[in-house]
Design a protein around this ligand. Sequence first.
Ligand code: GTP
Length: 361
Amino acid sequence: MGGLDRTAAVVLVGGQGSRLRPLTASTPKPMLPTAGVPFIGHLLSRIAAAGIRRVVLGTSYRAEVFSSYLGDGSSFGLQLDCVPEPEPLGTGGGIRHAADALEDDYDEIMVFNGDILSGVDLGAVVDEHRAASADATLHLVRVPDPTAFGCVPTDDSGRVERFLEKTLNPPTDQVNAGCYVFRREVVNAIPTGRAVSVERETFPGLLDRGARLQGHVESSYWLDLGTPAAFVRGCADLVQGIAPTSALPGPVGTALLLEGAKIAGSASLSDGTTLGREVVVGDGSRVIGSVVMDGARIGDNVTVTRSVIGPGAVIGDETVVNDAVVGDGVSVGAGCELREGVRLWPGITIPDGGLRFSGSA
Ligand code: GTP
């Protein structure tokens, strides 16, 4: 139903990514390397593939990192601007602030949270928005466990009925997937100059005022990369072709090795592991479903499972790392055990000698 030449995209990338610390201490979440490229690269490749050409990134936390990587967007086939906020404006305020940078040609705005990996057909969301003559349309995804999310019930025509906070007995498995289409006038009505939450203020306010809010309900691949466990899983799904992207810098497979990565003949990589540039993996080591960032070194007979090893980190021989995050430049000695939820902050040193650390997930 029509093209997307009058649809512009706003991508929200201003959050602090606190749940992903310490990885986000130096790099904003949408710029973390996921399957070999900054996450935003996967998202922009999907936006471009859908036929959207005009994109504004709403930045706040570490804004400069985005503009130096993305430039004017031409390498993605996009016309892109990064618009820094004077202070963090929240999701709704961020949408309004970014949209103010758009030319008048665009009467529809498609908004993306910059940390969602999804296989939704973007054109189908816009088609439903137009067919329903909606003021705003939300991508709603069906999830197996909706108790962890606010739910969004819809009626038989797809019209949103309510916005519900997290509850133990949700009446529906449909949750807000962090992707919306707005009529431009609706965005223009979001207040300026203060923080506004689109989820808590804009959408419920629109519903109270009788606006037509549509839900585009489906169940394709969807993952919010906000936690270390989700981040690791998203990377592994991209590497293995389970999550959709056209920005993978190599063939789909059980592992992705970037330039200069070296593994000993007796080492093994599996379950969608990524080895960054110049990573070294020693004899007898196994790296399973993990992300090992540029320049990290893994010794001999090490097992790394569902973990992130930050850039330049060193893991000593015989060490076990399970469901953990090892920050930039950390040095972990030989014979250590890091398990479930351990996070080591950048630059610290753990001595040899079998020290055991456990944390809460
Ligand atoms: P946590 O601190 O771990 O909750 O992560 P986050 O800061 O990214 O927050 P959250 O996941 O709730 O944010 C959803 C999306 O909105 C992400 O893409 C954020 O980058 C973005 N976002 C959150 N707050 C702001 C803001 O004040 N300004 C802008 N431009 N984007 C924001």
